[in-house]
Ligand binder design. Structure first.
Ligand code: UDP
Length: 369
């Protein structure tokens, strides 16, 4: 006789794995199904030559939520990596996020007052009070020079849309500072799990049954799932058979090179290429997330393109049109009594990892408390 499960968790990323871990702790039986041949969703790392390669794009953990930080630290010890990307525009190199190092290099100035004067003058040219899109948000925050050199080309490559068609919140993720501080995030806690992210997921799923290479469609076709509750972390529109049409996502293709004879390719984990003409958005050199351990080096060039059914979705495109369509799916999802939707794809949200943890713990609380 086959085993009885209380929950069928579709997807073994952060949301599904936290749910399964917490359910198991409460004496519930979960079956996790994962369509890929490995667990972890997009935080999956593969160790190659002693280097943890972020296979689905760089993941840097950061949060200001102490409870989330304590929660994730149960599963891994974090190093003290601080993300400080470098941006290359043509033959010019700048520090990110936008800070005094960036401004000093761009305008040859030294003090915050000088930087402010230039930025205020550039902002005044546009005089935008209520930014309606990403371009207006950027111009009203930082002015024309930074927008044109460090934002416009990168953003249009990453999102495949004009900055005037993108929501302003995307750029609000980045700090603007009048100090010489290259820390990309404002959050209180930050780091990379020592040993990679996959180990975190392995710990969460320790003792939980997992079926790899098993899609929800295939599982449903072969099994009776009527007495299981479902935790669904796949695309919400796919769950409903795209009945209102497909939501838009961006996908990323990685060109990864293993360089046995090079120790240090770019001197930094993240280098962004902000001009339009370079086809990739950034190059990640994975060993620098863990302070250079490993043999040789491994780099990944990221190419961004539009998603279509059948390939991996990465970023929901939360513009007005898609958000309106998502609301229709959300209404269906809310009415689906036996299913909990979660994660970037299940909620169609540009979530960071800490927000996924918050959402997963909230779902656990709703379910069990
Ligand atoms: N961005 C930019 N220039 C950069 C880096 C980021 O204009 O050099 C903008 C771009 O619009 C991007 C957004 O900031 O989509 C968020 O960047 P982040 O690095 O947070 O994106 P993620 O790591 O999630 O891809």
């Amino acid at each position: 006789m086959s085993k009885k499960y209380d929950y069928l968790v579709v997807g073994s990323g952060l949301f599904g794995s936290i749910f399964a871990y917490e359910a198991k702790k409460r004496g519930k039986e979960c079956l996790v199904i994962e369509k890929r041949n490995h667990i972890g969703g997009n935080i999956y790392c593969e160790n190659i030559n002693g280097i943890n390669v972020h296979k689905y794009g760089a993941h840097i953990f950061h949060t200001s939520n102490r409870a989330v930080w304590d929660y994730i630290n149960q599963f891994a010890e974090f190093n003290n990596y601080i993300n400080s990307p470098v941006a290359i525009y043509k033959d010019e190199l700048y520090n990110l996020p936008f800070n005094m190092n960036t401004f000093s290099k761009m305008w040859g100035i030294k003090t915050p007052a000088e930087a402010k004067e230039i930025i205020e003058a550039q902002k005044a040219e546009y005089n935008i009070e209520n930014p309606q899109n990403l371009e207006e948000q950027a111009l009203s925050l930082i002015g024309k020079d930074v927008y044109e050199k460090l934002i416009k080309g990168y953003t249009e490559k990453q999102w495949g849309r004009s900055c005037t068609e993108l929501p302003s919140f995307i750029i609000r993720r980045l700090p603007v500072r009048y100090t010489y501080d290259n820390n990309y995030f404002n959050d209180r806690y930050q780091g990379i799990p020592i040993g990679g992210y996959t180990k975190i997921i392995e710990k969460m799923l320790d003792g939980v049954d997992v079926l790899l290479e098993t899609s929800f469609e295939d599982y449903k076709a072969a099994n009776d799932i009527s007495d299981m509750k479902i935790v669904y972390t796949g695309n919400v529109d796919e769950y409903f058979g795209y009945k209102y049409g497909a939501l838009q996502y961006r996908t990323v293709r990685f060109e990864t090179e293993i360089m046995e004879d090079c120790d240090n390719y770019q001197g930094n984990a993240v280098v962004n290429y902000t001009e339009r003409e370079v086809p990739y958005t950034r190059i990640i050199e994975h060993k620098h997330f863990e302070f250079g351990q490993g043999k040789g080096t491994i780099i990944s060039k990221e190419y961004s393109s539009e998603w279509s059914v059948g390939i991996e979705p990465y970023y929901p495109i939360n513009n007005d049109e898609n958000n309106a369509l998502y609301q229709k799916y959300e209404a269906l999802a809310d009415a689906e009594e036996n299913v909990i939707f979660g994660g970037r794809l299940g909620k169609y949200k540009y979530y960071d990892m800490d927000k996924v943890i918050e959402a997963a713990l909230a779902a656990v609380e709703t379910e069990f408390e």
